[in-house]
Design a protein around this ligand. Structure first.
Ligand code: FES
Length: 194
């Protein structure tokens, strides 16, 4: 065995040993708890957000997805938008956490501009017709957009583009959002419609 192979093996052993030591000090979760944990999720869950007819133009509705700790909003813009769904392609949904430093954008929708902002922290504003691109102030990354589909009378969430602020992975370190249904790993990851 070479030195490098030995080194790798030693690291692996250390990780396994460390993981076992750590696990030994923790109580194992119940089966019910394990089902709601998101660490096992490998693809985005599906969640019904709202009935198509219930959404009123210019009036955002808050929801959590894919984790309960991740706030979003859905809004009917009244103008076609990138990734928009519905008969007018104007219904979009985004994270409510600013991509700069996580400021809450709740209550900051501007229907006259089809934008959200300014963020209360450093005034970033995001264009909701163009995939949440920042158009003012400090943020340099688009607001993560929730991928929507219309299924019958309902609008459902099936994925997210971009990383939600404060998370190392959109599907980890939290609890599955209420009403979300996990999908099997064989389901292909959703792609943002053009
Ligand atoms: S946290 Fe929103 S602009 Fe800084």
């Amino acid at each position: 065995m070479s030195d490098s192979e030995h080194l790798c093996l030693t690291r692996r052993e250390a990780l396994v040993t460390g993981a076992c030591s750590f696990a030994a000090g923790l109580a194992l979760p119940s089966a019910a708890q394990a089902q709601t944990r998101t660490a096992a999720l490998t693809v985005y869950p599906v969640k019904k957000i709202i009935r198509l007819k219930s959404l009123k133009e210019g009036e955002p509705v808050a929801f959590t997805y894919p984790l309960e700790e991740q706030p979003n909003f859905i809004v009917k813009l009244g103008a076609p938008a990138q990734g928009g769904v519905g008969p007018d392609r104007d219904i979009v949904a985004f994270s409510a956490l600013c991509t700069h430093m996580g400021g809450s954008l709740r209550g900051r929708y501007r229907h006259d501009l089809k934008a959200i902002g300014p963020c209360p922290f450093h005034f970033s504003t995001f264009d909701l017709t163009k995939g949440g691109i920042p158009v003012h102030a400090s943020a340099t990354q688009n607001l993560p957009q929730v991928i929507l589909r219309v299924e019958g009378e309902d609008i459902v969430a099936v994925g997210v583009t971009g990383l939600i602020y404060g998370f190392r992975h959109n599907l980890k370190d939290g609890t599955l959002a209420k009403g979300a249904t996990p999908r099997r790993a064989s389901v292909p990851s959703p792609v943002m419609p053009g």
